[in-house]
Ligand binder design. Structure first.
Ligand code: SAH
Ligand code: SF4
Length: 366
């Protein structure tokens, strides 16, 4: 099987280079060509000897997911649908803002965790993405954004400055591949992003949160969505396995190593379900010992979801109650509505969803 160099972080590339009889420093050159210069062609790697380029071309490839579609929304949000083989597709979303460009990256084809309000969860689970497929999303976004001179939006010619693992899938259920991809995002010879600008969002896989703390502590967002176990059990079924108390304890441990001194709690606002003043008060009591910020996400609807978005007024009141208790709270702007690129709307193409019930990913991380 041909080796895809996009699957390797720095250490992997050093091993690869020594394995083919080359000096370890070649790995650094390769990292720079592949990730900083978005080069997928060995021939273009001008500071490598021709003989080495030939050897590489012989033994390895730099293979990216294929772009199936590329939509730009009226607000500048951009969404790529990428083919990852066997009829499966994943989605990646770029969100330009005045002072940064955030890429929302997928980690799995579908998701096994089946949160009831999430379109990806409703799709079922097919498989984990490889490192090449995860980091390939960043590669493709940078390459396209830099080369697109027709797009005059503020960020058009800038690279991605922030990554959020908030696309399709549960990143911590694909632990090893996600951590290797994170290593590349942070590596100065690859994407050079700071830990504070890379965020992993999780529905709460407690043992994997601890492992992330040890292996690669980046900014952490927790999909909380409910102030008590009875409600969270219904919305985020993995809560039955890792209830809120254990989750908050893991957050406290994470903070000891985290690049930021707070945890972000995401809270999707579902009309009549979790959006009352009483819920807000319960939340305040719940997180009183956890340094945190809240990010309220207006629910993004999808066909057959069965939920409704809370009104803007309800969201405002909920936010004010949290703020009055001293909790920093933002309301996520809904971006890319017209191209179904908002949180929870990423559906991709998930074939063979039969593995949904296999529980694969959840067990695999322990
Ligand atoms: N699996 C991870 C990351 C992907 S989802 C997680 O659950 O955290 C990214 C965020 O979007 C999560 O907070 C998720 O709960 C939220 N989300 C899912 N479906 C949504 C929807 N329909 N509307 C708004 N947010 C949603
Ligand atoms: Fe999976 Fe996250 Fe969607 Fe839950 S919210 S089903 S964990 S992608």
């Amino acid at each position: 099987m041909t080796i895809n160099l996009l699957n390797y972080d720095s250490k992997g590339l050093v091993d690869f280079c020594t394995g083919i009889g080359e000096k370890p420093f070649r790995a650094r050159q390769l990292l720079r060509w592949i990730h900083q210069n978005s080069t997928a062609d060995f021939n273009a790697m001008s500071d490598l000897a021709k003989s080495l380029r030939e050897k590489l071309a012989d033994q390895a490839v730099i293979e990216l997911p294929q772009i199936i579609s590329d939509y730009v929304a009226t607000d500048g949000t951009r969404k790529w649908l990428l083919a990852v083989g066997a009829g499966n597709g994943i989605e990646t979303v770029y969100i330009p803002e005045a002072n940064r460009g955030t890429l929302c990256v997928s980690s799995q084809v579908g998701c096994a965790l089946a949160c009831t309000f999430c379109s990806t969860g409703k799709q079922g689970f097919n498989r984990n993405l490889t490192v090449a497929e995860i980091v390939g999303q960043l590669w493709i976004a940078n390459k396209t954004l830099r080369s697109d001179v027709s797009d005059t939006s503020i960020q058009a010619n800038r690279a991605v400055t922030n990554v959020v693992m908030m696309g399709m899938g549960e990143p911590l259920a694909n632990f090893e591949n996600v951590v290797t991809a994170l290593d590349l995002m942070l590596d100065d010879h690859a994407y050079g992003l700071s830990r504070r600008r890379v965020t992993v969002s999780t529905s709460g896989l407690v043992p994997a949160i601890d492992r992330l703390r040890e292996r690669c502590p980046v900014a952490l967002a927790i999909s909380l969505h409910a102030p008590n176990d009875a409600l969270r059990d219904q919305l985020v079924p993995i809560n039955k396995k890792y209830p809120i108390k254990e989750l908050l304890a893991a957050c406290q441990r994470y903070l000891l190593a985290a690049p930021r001194d707070f945890i972000t709690f995401e809270y999707v606002m579902l009309a009549g379900v979790n959006d009352s003043i009483a819920h807000a008060r319960e939340l305040i009591a719940l997180v009183q010992d956890t340094p945190c910020k809240f990010n309220l996400i207006p629910f993004n609807s999808f066909p057959g979801s069965g939920f409704k978005r809370s009104t803007a007024e309800t969201v405002r009141v909920f936010r004010d109650v949290l703020m009055q208790a001293g909790l920093v709270t933002t309301v996520r702007k809904t971006r890319g509505d017209d191209i179904a690129a908002a949180c929870g709307q990423l559906a991709g193409q998930v074939k063979d969803k039969t593995r949904r019930t296999a529980g694969v990913s959840v067990e695999a991380v322990q």
